[in-house]
Design a protein around this ligand. Structure first.
Ligand SMILES: NC(=O)c1ccc[n+]([C@@H]2O[C@H](COP(=O)([O-])OP(=O)(O)OC[C@H]3O[C@@H](n4cnc5c(N)ncnc54)[C@H](O)[C@@H]3O)[C@@H](O)[C@H]2O)c1
Length: 260
């Protein structure tokens, strides 16, 4: 996809979980198109910056904040730090997530709570606190949630994860409806099975997962990080200005298939 290199000029974007496999590709793509970004993750700053430098991200366009966003005070610190570095936040990407594998019948309370705390609570807090600073500054901003095709099509052995992503889609719709009159939009992007990050770990380590995944992608190949990044570039750009309350599914057709 080709967008002009200044497609996102003047835009300040915050991302949670931005030092992960897909996050790295998003930060590269969005800064390459003119955005400045406040990037959050759990990694120590040195390690995170080394990762971004290796990916040839222009470090002068980004600000890194290490924080665990399951804690409200940490999300507040993130947004305060973002505003202090680059001014008001225009777009918040609620992107951090974790997955725990196993049957729903066996899931522990600890694993259930961790998945919900990262995938739903942290996303809600980042959206809520980002939107409040948008309202305070009269910014007609945008919140984008990273969901997944499995929000609609349950995938075996990741019950808490796909449940959290279904909740996230509805959380997004709730924010979209509540904030539309203020000109603040909310949308989601639902990737497919990406050849990086959490899916790649399962692909590499779990033969059953790999066998199933090989049959589940109608287009026939794993999704590239760049394909996810292109969807974010579109959604962050003025080309998507009339979208709110939508899930942009970019999954190679995965959600067309009932699982066997
Ligand atoms: N990999 C895939 O196939 C795939 C498919 C669909 C959707 N997704 C979604 O894309 C996003 C990124 O996934 P990924 O595959 O790059 O995984 P990843 O594990 O590489 O990245 C997730 C990042 O979130 C960070 N994180 C976890 N808990 C956090 C917390 N409490 N506070 C701040 N950061 C935290 C992790 O440190 C990690 O860097 C997730 O939302 C995931 O659900 C991934």
């Amino acid at each position: 996809m080709t967008f002009s290199k200044d497609a996102l000029a003047g835009q300040h974007i915050v991302i949670s979980g931005g030092a992960g496999a897909i996050g790295l590709g998003l930060v590269k793509k969005l800064t390459d198109h003119g955005a400045v970004m406040t990037v959050n993750d759990l990694l120590p700053e040195d390690a995170a910056l080394a990762r971004f430098a290796a990916a040839e991200v222009n470090l002068s366009q980004m600000h890194y904040v290490r924080a665990d966003l399951t804690q409200k005070s940490e999300v507040e610190r993130l947004i305060d730090s973002a505003v202090a570095r680059f001014g008001g936040v225009h777009t918040a990407l609620c992107h951090a997530a974790v997955v725990k594998t196993g049957r729903l019948l066996d899931v522990t309370v600890e694993d259930w709570d961790r998945v919900m705390a990262v995938n739903l609570r942290a996303a809600m807090l980042l959206a809520q606190i980002s939107i409040q600073q948008m309202l305070d500054r009269h910014i007609k901003g945008h919140v984008i949630f990273t969901t997944s095709w499995v929000a609609e099509t349950p995938w075996p052995d990741i019950g808490p994860y796909h449940t959290s992503k279904a909740g996230m889609n509805q959380l997004m719709r709730g924010f979209a409806r509540e904030l539309a009159a203020s000109g603040i939009r909310a949308n989601a992007i639902a990737p497919g099975i990406v050849g990086a990050g959490m899916a790649k770990k399962q692909w590499d380590n779990e033969p059953d997962y790999r066998a199933r995944a090989q049959k589940a992608i109608p287009l026939g190949y794993l999704q590239e990080v760049d394909s996810v990044a292109d969807a974010f570039l579109f959604l962050c750009s003025p080309a998507a200005a009339y979208m709110t309350g939508s899930v942009l599914t970019v999954d190679g057709g995965c959600s067309l298939y009932p699982m066997d």
